[in-house]
Ligand binder design. Sequence first.
Ligand SMILES: Nc1ncnc2c1ncn2[C@@H]1O[C@H](COP(=O)(O)OP(=O)(O)OP(=O)(O)O)[C@@H](O)[C@H]1O
Ligand SMILES: [Mg+2]
Length: 151
Amino acid sequence: MSDKPLQDFNRFSSEKLRISDASVQYSTSQAEILALDHVTFEVDFGDTVGIAGESGCGKSTLAWTIMRGLPENARLLDGRILLGSVDIYAIQEREMNSKIRWKEIAMIPQSAMNTFDPVFTIQDQLVETIRIHSDVRRRRQSVGQRNCSSS
Ligand SMILES: Nc1ncnc2c1ncn2[C@@H]1O[C@H](COP(=O)(O)OP(=O)(O)OP(=O)(O)O)[C@@H](O)[C@H]1O
Ligand SMILES: [Mg+2]
């Protein structure tokens, strides 16, 4: 992975997403599993692409590959994921996290409803998410909390 900082970063929302020849392999104690085998496609700004396939064919792996969020036992063997001209596997993790992941590229994970914790209110969990993923200041968050409470 390169240490090259992401210099000319603006917003990528209108950029094309290109998945180019992506191959991903999981390693387990039992086997090496090739979950993606040279996957290539493009998503233009405003386009919607549906990926369908039987269970285990690699849909989630593809989504997490695009997010650069694969588990430790997975490896991008080959290929590139480009957002505009930025190779998202060539930038620093810090920049991926602060500028691209969840901001320009996001996903709703499978069984998303199960990820809410019933011990905490929905409001607390939403505010925590906003705090972690944006630079909204505490004052604005508290305004949001008041609005939430009054609605
Ligand atoms: N963490 C992991 N470690 C090892 N193998 C994995 C891991 N995650 C997925 N796999 C394997 O990779 C392949 C693709 O799995 P993936 O979860 O991407 O499929 P999927 O299309 O999303 O399936 P589903 O429709 O059931 O959600 C499967 O063979 C699966 O067993
Ligand atoms: Mg899946």
